[in-house]
Design a protein. Sequence first.
Length: 163
Amino acid sequence: MTSLNDHIEEYQRQLDKGHIQRAYKGIMTFMSGLRSALTKAYPSFYTSALYFGTMDMTYFAFTPPQLREKELKIAIVYLHEDGAFEAWLSGRNRKVQAETIEQLEDQNLREYKLSQVKPGVDSIIETLLVKHPNFNHPEALRNQIEKNTLKFIMDMEALFSTG
């Protein structure tokens, strides 16, 4: 069995190479720029601070008024291990999340899959935004994330305008 010290030694060896720091800084810089661009382009949306995470996920909320009124939020999430971007419909808290999942259990969600209420799950519905992001072209990546996020938001607004 590998000890914590063994893990830390490997971590330090990887840090010595410098790739982790440069990649992490690049991801955080991109996420911060994405957040700023969306905040400027959609001033009526609520945008939270950037959550840096613990190298598992980095995200920020980007929520239109119609969903926020229902105590729901949209999170734009970068999953570090998968190297992918997702959008999540989430609740303001665990109670709202569980109630919303229960409310949606019998509804046709089309291409979307309902999350399960269990520890470690923070979403109600998740969708893939970009599976293999190309950070070498940040403007194109921002546009792709924005376009796919807006589609997801429109679908969620439609889902909750009828329910």
